[in-house]
Design a protein around this ligand. Structure first.
Ligand SMILES: [Zn+2]
Length: 145
């Protein structure tokens, strides 16, 4: 870059290239950019291949399936905050025990954002929020951000 002398006080830097176009996407639109593959890559790295639900007396340990916290039919996407890597037995348990699964944060109602709904007892971590980067955030009771 060529230097062209000092800027006068209060002068703005001249922009030589346009700002990257802001797409103006809503959160939902940004989430929909996740594919099965890209979402799974992040979630499976987060889980390390171990079930992220671990229902006592049910869990098989090894994760093998993706649990949509918000179902696809309810607008849920493949973004990592919406996924849990689960074993087949916990996955079945979740679908057979919808009220308990919702209370645990393993399923998320249509009108709520999975990134803002805690998982109440994530293995080894306790109460956490999941984000779309594969990061696990420990949160206190009543805290949602
Ligand atoms: Zn399990």
């Amino acid at each position: 870059m060529q230097r062209r002398g000092f800027l006068a006080r209060g002068a703005a830097l001249a922009r030589t290239s346009p700002l990257r176009a802001r797409s103006g996407k809503t959160k939902a639109e940004a989430r929909s950019e996740w594919s099965v593959r890209t979402g799974r890559d992040v979630v499976y790295a987060r889980s390390g291949g171990t079930c992220e639900v671990r229902v006592l007396g049910v869990c098989e340990g090894l994760a093998a399936e993706w649990q949509h916290r918000k179902a696809r039919a309810q607008g849920g996407e493949w973004n990592p905050a919406n996924g849990l890597h689960v074993c087949s037995a916990c996955h079945r348990w979740i679908h057979h025990n919808p009220a308990e699964a919702t209370a645990a944060g393993w399923t998320v109602p249509r009108d709520q954002d999975p990134a803002a709904v805690p998982v109440e007892d994530y293995p080894n971590w306790g109460r956490v929020l999941l984000d779309d980067h594969g990061v696990i955030h420990i949160v206190q009771k009543g805290q949602t951000t």
